[in-house]
Design a protein around this ligand. Sequence first.
Ligand code: FES
Length: 107
Amino acid sequence: MPRVIYIHPNGERDEVEVANGQSLMLAATANDLNGIVGDCGGVMSCATCHVIVDDAFAALLPPPVDTEHQMLDYTAAPREAGSRLSCQIVMTDALDGIAVRIADPQL
Ligand code: FES
């Protein structure tokens, strides 16, 4: 299975195998990773799943839809160039090894 590297605010890393088709938010919460809350369950209404995607992988992602763009303006931590909602990043083999930094804070 493809892997995701979650980088915590303190620099620690967690590497998690994620099934194709699963979102990075659901993979994080299913593995009890701190920092990704996912309050709305992935329907783009909470912005508590904010991550910053490593430059090398950002270009591989489909661009955010309008709703994701709007929600990224309401994240608790400032929006950055690589900011995305992890509930909208769906795992594929092409994303194997993707590194995402968990935004802090989320609430
Ligand atoms: S889980 Fe709520 S916006 Fe992603």
